[in-house]
Design a protein around this ligand. Sequence first.
Ligand SMILES: [Zn+2]
Length: 76
Amino acid sequence: MGANDGGGGYDYGNCPCAGLYEGRFIEVEMVVAGRNVVVTAIPQGECPLCSSQVYKMQVIERMESLMRADKPAAQR
Ligand SMILES: [Zn+2]
């Protein structure tokens, strides 16, 4: 884990097309509990050559846990 590559501390490695993923931050809009929620500052890697996009595993898990909150769990 290199600490000084400028991509927000994330290292995405190489794309299969031989490009090098560049770290950046995006916004993702998702529906949680019936409401539109915009999650900002999602770290994402994008290949400058073929535009393929990758996410870090912990980011995917975080988005999935937000999605899971979509279930009605209001009864106590
Ligand atoms: Zn690529």
